[in-house]
Ligand binder design. Structure first.
Ligand code: E4P
Length: 214
């Protein structure tokens, strides 16, 4: 399973990269806005620093606007993936960009049928938002299972990218189901690394060693 970092923060990207945990990055308008400053500069820096795909999202609503933005964004680096909303217009642009061999990530996916449509339009990645579904008392992971089954039934190459990850269980369940990628906030990366029994065991080893080696 590939790990993408769900962030626009360079310090987080550098820290997780040093741990060997960054296969790519996903950004969105909210994450870039959170960083403040000049978003174009920030997005280009991310593309330069990340050795892997970087999703940059369009904000236009019409196909013409999205295509114009996509043309601009692909100039930010060879690793740019154009993130498009799961709308009728977004699908038009997904199909057009796929025909030009430009990678796409169809985002804001909340149903298996939306995921099927994204795959039919040639999306490189599809982003089902599991945490937001859980927040509505729906089962985000059931959606991942459904999409996995549908893509396997028909041999769609579109990669399932679990988005809106809220906790380590989302990553575990996604890996067991066979999702291709999880895009993970840095806070959840830290939770994945940490285990209280590891801390306790380390403390005991060091205490015993200190008593022996003194
Ligand atoms: C995916 O690419 C999105 O950036 C992301 O996971 C958004 O999730 P959230 O806003 O629900 O945390």
């Amino acid at each position: 399973m590939e790990f993408f970092l769900d962030t626009a923060n360079l310090d987080e990207i550098r820290a997780a990269t040093q741990q060997g945990l960054v296969d790519g990055v996903t950004t969105n308008p909210t994450l870039l806005a959170r960083e403040g400053g000049e978003w174009r500069y920030q997005a280009k820096r991310i593309c330069e620093e990340v050795d892997g795909p970087v999703s940059l999202e369009v904000v236009g609503l019409t196909a013409a606007e999205m295509e114009r933005e996509a043309e601009d964004l692909i100039g930010f680096g060879d690793n740019v993936v154009i993130k498009l909303p799961m709308t009728g217009e977004g699908l038009v642009v997904c199909k057009a960009l796929t025909a030009k061999n430009i990678k796409t990530n169809v985002t804001l996916v909340f149903s298996a049928m939306q995921a099927l449509l994204a795959a039919k339009a040639g999306a490189t990645y599809v982003s089902p938002f599991v945490g937001r579904l859980d927040g509505l008392s729906q089962d985000g992971m059931q959606l991942i299972e459904q999409i996995r089954t549908i893509y396997d039934n028909y041999g769609f190459p579109t990669k399932i990218l679990i988005a809106s990850v809220r906790n380590p269980l989302h990553v575990l369940d996604g890996a067991l189901i066979g999702a291709d990628v999880a895009t993970i906030p840095f806070s959840v990366i830290k939770q994945l690394v940490h285990h209280p029994m590891t801390d306790k065991g380390l403390e005991a080893f060091l205490k015993d060693w200190e008593a022996f080696a003194r």
